[in-house]
Design a protein around this ligand. Sequence first.
Ligand code: LLP
Length: 381
Amino acid sequence: MKIDLTLAEGLKTPLYYYDRSLLEATLKEINDCIKGTPIKVHYAIKANCNPKILKVIADAGLGADCVSGREISTAIKAGFQPDTICYAGVGKTDRELIGGMKAGIAYFNVESLEELEVLAGLAEEYGYKPNVCLRVNPNIDAHTHHYITTGLEENKFGIHLSMLGQAIDFTKKSSFLNLVGLHFHIGSQITITEPFKVLCEKINALQKEYAEKGIEFKIINVGGGLGIDYDNPDENPIPDFKGYFDTLLQNLKLKPGQELHCELGRSVVAQCGALISKVTYVKKGVDRQFIILDAGMNDLMRPALYGAHHKIENLTAPKDAAIECYDVVGPICESSDTFGKDEKLPITKRGDLIALRSAGAYGESMASTYNIRTLPESVLV
Ligand code: LLP
């Protein structure tokens, strides 16, 4: 990713800076990989729902994976066709379910028997017959941060395997629901292939079990989760989509005509974004010095929430400047408002511009106004 701040002149920091050419190259790589395969990619818009970003992704022909009524309306406004939108979430309200049916989305990823009953009731009342994928909780450890592991029995997501038969029976018997597939999602920022292979094996076993009962699924949706390289964004700007899709295609026993859907979020947008911030103070402490940024945990929450680390770069200091050790922090009244400890950076001064890299996913979309701060601005260059 190239950060050319002359193109962002006049904009205030903290600023989300997005590189359109990297985003487009990433989308081209995805489209090249899936050409001629049964794979369809639904971009998980929770990762970044900035309208400028959404439009580029919709123009590239991806579908959308949404998790709220407002994500659905935002996706449609940005140019995603309703019939390419799927909708997951454990707590869809009546209003959101009705909205999804009215909008004509492709299908609902239903997460419980309770939700199935409500959706069937609303479908009858409003005169719809929505498509349904049943979200299965496959009880797989994704080996990622426990806050973003979703496929374990202890998590709130999906239908427990022991209740899946009941959910399939209910859906098939209902005159108001149309069963189209199974949905899975085991977690996020998964950087090893093992959990995806285990998922494929579980799916194969389930397909075999249900095929024996005469039940076939048109769609297998494996969710998202492909991780990115936060430490080396310049060496690995585009994730290994080929390896990921090959793992799925080689391990899943898809039936003829069956579609394989993926819901990629982070891997599509993370590397094309950086949070640009200005140094407000360089503060001397006892045995340490702090770079205090004008960006805080409200602008980029991942370090405070998950202990995540985004590569930190000084964009202003000369390349040959001497290196010093700093703690890089924000202005918020919490100690977790820290972007890096013992960071080796060129000698930094008040007014320097600092980039927090790989912030295109779950950065701007999770920003808040905590401490009554304004939301960060953004630019797509
Ligand atoms: N599908 C479902 C049902 C999901 O819940 C998620 C993410 C995705 C797809 C997209 O996963 P991805 O490809 O982006 O890994 N805020 C956290 C990540 C939370 C992920 C939530 N679900 C973070 O900043 O790391």
